[in-house]
Design a protein around this ligand. Sequence first.
Ligand code: CA
Ligand code: CA
Length: 411
Amino acid sequence: MYPMTNSFRLSVPGALALGAFLTLGLAACDSDSTSVETLDVTVEVLFPEAYAVEAAQGARVVLRSLERGDEETATTDAAGTARFQDVIPGAYDLSAAISLDEDRTFELTGNRATVELNAVLSGQNLASGTSGAAFSLQLTGSPVGGWVISEMYYTGSRTPAGGNYFFDQFFEIYNNSTDTLYAGGLMLAPIFGVSGQINPSSQPTPFQDDQDHVYADAIWRIPGGPTDVPVAPGEGLIIAQQGLDHRDDPNGNPNSPVNLGGADFEMYVDVPDSRDIDNPQVPNMEIVHRRFGFFALVPVFGPSMVLVEGDPSTFQEVAVPDAPETFPPVIRIPVANVLDGVEALQNAQSSGFKRLPVALDAGFTFAGGTYTAESVRRRVARTIGDRVVLQDTNNSSNDFEVLSTPSIAAP
Ligand SMILES: [Ca+2]
Ligand SMILES: [Ca+2]
């Protein structure tokens, strides 16, 4: 199991080798100046903090001598510990590595992925005269999991007089990964196309055959760059159409289920003739692209929404086929730039109106109707410690459930 002894014999130069071996073999504690006192080294290997288990069983640990270049290898046991015996004092690099298959990663993180984790501790001095040394290595790797759209509240609410109210729409994006992610520069894009047979002339989007792109009505960007807007694992950001307390605001609706005055961002339509409301307390999303409208309204029948990364100047404007010349173009975004997408359609019969490519969302979700104050929310895959991992099989029919009131609604 531990071939240290062999390596030790080979690595000790010249005539000393046999004598040293005999000395150790017969009396390891002999203080004779010609002998080499060896020591035992224990290495504890830990998974990254957000993982379900601390001790990393099955990690390959390497102890590499800086003087001689030779390596010893051991595998961690169920306690995450690897042991090296009879190690010659000197300077060493320690490293640990483990490959996790999809099933094991799912057990440990709640997300399915193959993962490589590593840890390195360089230039450690194993001093002679000590009985042993112990080290602890914490593995790191790329975040497992990523951003998802966790909730969409798009149905709107009824006013006390029975009117339609749709300014209280919001979207939540969520860090479904094992590490802090940065939201600066991420873009939220509602997709062009009707949500179902809303009237007899409703037609599905003409872009259905293109499975490599999505076609956006608008692109809203979170301000900042790739190191701005940190979001911890298991935390989300609320992006409101209007960042108001819709229940109390004089422009609001007392029947609205949500107070969005504490939203992280709002989609203020900043145009000269704007009728939108800019709450100075809520930072505005940046408008990258917008086709029309006084408000950042998405269809109350069901929007398709995608979360996008990358450089939007590479996205092209595209005319809508058979539309009048004055019809504003949509913007074409490669599927490769889409981090997550959710298709919400009018009802169970609306599958023919799908707007998102199957690779992004193989199904769709739908609410009970318009102005019902319902939201659609991603189901929980599992909980690891305090962290909720949301289900993302890229099929909203399975991954989403309808809530009778948004998850952030006051009780
Ligand atoms: Ca604002
Ligand atoms: Ca997804």
